[in-house]
Design a binder for this molecule. Sequence first.
Ligand SMILES: NC(=O)c1ccc[n+]([C@@H]2O[C@H](COP(=O)([O-])OP(=O)(O)OC[C@H]3O[C@@H](n4cnc5c(N)ncnc54)[C@H](O)[C@@H]3O)[C@@H](O)[C@H]2O)c1
Length: 254
Amino acid sequence: MYLEELFGVKGKVAVVTGGSRGIGQVVAQGLAMAGAEVVILSRSPADDTLRKMSESGGKGYFIKTDVTSQESVTEAFRQIMERSGSVDIVFNNAGICLHKDTLEASVEEFRQVVDVNLTGEYIVARAAGMIMIEKGIKGSIINMASMSGSIVNIPQWQCSYNASKAAVIHMTRSLAVEWPEHHIRVNSLSPGYIATPMSVDTPKELKEAWMPLIPMHRMGKTEELVPADLYLASSASGYTSGSDVVVDGAYTCV
Ligand SMILES: NC(=O)c1ccc[n+]([C@@H]2O[C@H](COP(=O)([O-])OP(=O)(O)OC[C@H]3O[C@@H](n4cnc5c(N)ncnc54)[C@H](O)[C@@H]3O)[C@@H](O)[C@H]2O)c1
């Protein structure tokens, strides 16, 4: 009961971008099990997520959305307000990664990564913020960053990804300072290596190279991000804003 009051999100409307698979899928399930109505915004279908949410007693729906398109995001939030009447929590999670060294990657590829990871999160946070401010909703926005926003991963080169995630961390701080008068909290989540489709496709040699660098000598599980997300989404984190919550098996400590 005590924990439910602290960490519960019952009756809240939670928006999860990129919730069709990976981290977004598991966090969507967690938010639904904790009592939120979960709206998945993703460019790919989320049938699997909706089925898993419903099997665990949760409820929610999907709206096909491209987070890089302001028009698409605005339309998605219009539909959410029409159907659910509120936007209380946003898990701004959709993202892509490119493993290419800088001289090989084109400027256009750099732009694509920044467009999804940074501009996409900005478009979503801004659209959600506008609704929260207009309706007087004391919302929580959780921007997906990465440990790559603070360190440079080796041995793979991923300059565009690292730069985009560093910018997400500082965008988060900027919004956290801009929006307290509207009672909106904005935090970022920075995972280390997590086993998801994004990283499962990674060559075996690369993963073998990562293990000695992770003090806990293993990749994280998607479920291990749910408690941090619930903390940031719920009133348990009422005095936490502008924080970057790192869940990385101690990678960034060494
Ligand atoms: N997997 C990791 O090790 C790891 C570590 C740190 C941070 N992250 C971050 O976590 C987030 C999720 O990663 P994941 O591993 O679950 O990846 P994933 O590739 O499994 O899932 C990404 C999701 O984003 C969606 N998406 C991509 N571009 C989109 C767009 N333009 N519009 C709407 N949806 C879009 C995809 O459809 C998919 O649902 C990303 O922001 C990623 O950078 C992942």
